[in-house]
Design a protein around this ligand. Structure first.
Ligand SMILES: [Zn+2]
Length: 315
């Protein structure tokens, strides 16, 4: 039974809980790259995180300046000290705001640590609800994401973006309909023309629609459209993992999702099972262009598409 549960978890939510514990956090370095006069991204070093070979954990954004620091996401809890040290190399001012792109632990497990530094945490109401739910689960005491000290304090829904004005920048928290998870947010720095988009786009492995955390195929496609609308041809778009992209890089990605969805939909109409669909390797035409962990992430992606179509939620 336990084995079956682990297998099931492996199909839909593997990267976060099962494998993350096997990495050697001591070896991880936090690398800083400047994206604008006062906007930075922090990335864990590569080759250490079995779930994200390209860079350990989730990427962090930092806006620094005389008005204090705003952070996007908080990484694995085990890396919080190193992230703080990296922020301090940029700016010694107070860390005032932290916004979460989505609930996964490589983006939120450091929340409690940064709340203790004084950060007010912003996120979607759905994200907070999911954290509260986790805090009632049997393993809550060993799960940093379920620690109430790291819960968002200010929450928002699907309406207009939240706008924070500081350091001569306007920062928009743009709500995205259930895509990678139920509580996704894009964060845009208007003046720097930089857009952080969390994990619903990725160029390392296939898309991850985390149905268990409220993600959806429909939301993923809507989210990609919304992202293209909030960017221009020069906007630097920063995914939670992988390399920096431009708006037009999203087009072939979206087309691939639609093509795979149509193939899977056709096979469902022919009465094929999930096993049949997985055996047909419908992503094969895209494997050469998709970096990283292709087999497992293709299986996870196609399984989610199958489940979404089968349940009638469709696209
Ligand atoms: Zn994620």
């Amino acid at each position: 039974m336990r084995r079956a549960c682990l297998l099931l978890a492996g199909l839909v939510a593997a990267p976060l809980s099962v494998f993350a514990q096997t990495m050697d956090f001591n070896k991880v370095e936090i690398l800083t790259e400047q994206l604008g006069p006062n906007v930075y991204m922090l990335t864990g070093s590569s080759g250490l995180d079995p779930s994200h070979e390209d860079g350990a954990g989730g990427r962090i954004g930092v806006l620094a300046g005389p008005d204090g620091v705003l952070m996007i996401d908080s990484q694995y809890a085990q890396l919080a000290d190193k992230v703080l040290a990296a922020v301090r190399r940029i700016d010694s001012g107070p860390i005032r705001y932290l916004v979460n792109t989505h609930i996964h632990r490589d983006h939120t497990a450091g929340n409690a640590f940064f709340a203790k530094q004084g950060a007010v945490i912003f996120a979607r109401e759905e994200l907070r609800d999911s954290m509260v739910k986790l805090s009632h689960a049997p393993n809550a005491s060993s799960n940093p994401v379920a620690n109430p000290a790291g819960f968002p304090v200010v929450t928002y829904g699907m309406g207009d973006p939240v706008r924070i004005r500081m350091n001569n920048e306007v920062v928009q928290f743009i709500p995205i309909r259930a895509a990678h998870t139920s509580g996704d947010t894009n964060i845009k720095f208007e003046k720097a023309n930089v857009l952080f988009i969390g994990d619903f786009y990725r160029n390392y492995g296939y898309p991850f629609i985390d149905i268990n955390n409220g993600g959806s195929l429909k939301g993923m496609l809507e989210g990609l459209d919304a992202t293209m609308k909030s960017a221009d041809a020069n906007t630097r778009i920063i995914p939670g993992h992988g390399t920096i992209i431009k708006r037009d890089d999203i087009i072939p990605y979206r087309d691939m999702i639609i093509a795979v969805t149509d193939k899977v939909g056709g096979m469902i109409a022919q009465g094929k099972s999930l096993e049949d669909v997985l055996a047909a390797k419908v992503t094969a035409p895209y494997d050469a262009k998709t970096a990283g962990g292709t087999d497992s992430s293709a299986e996870r992606f196609v399984t989610a598409v199958y489940q979404e179509l089968k349940s009638g939620r469709g696209r």
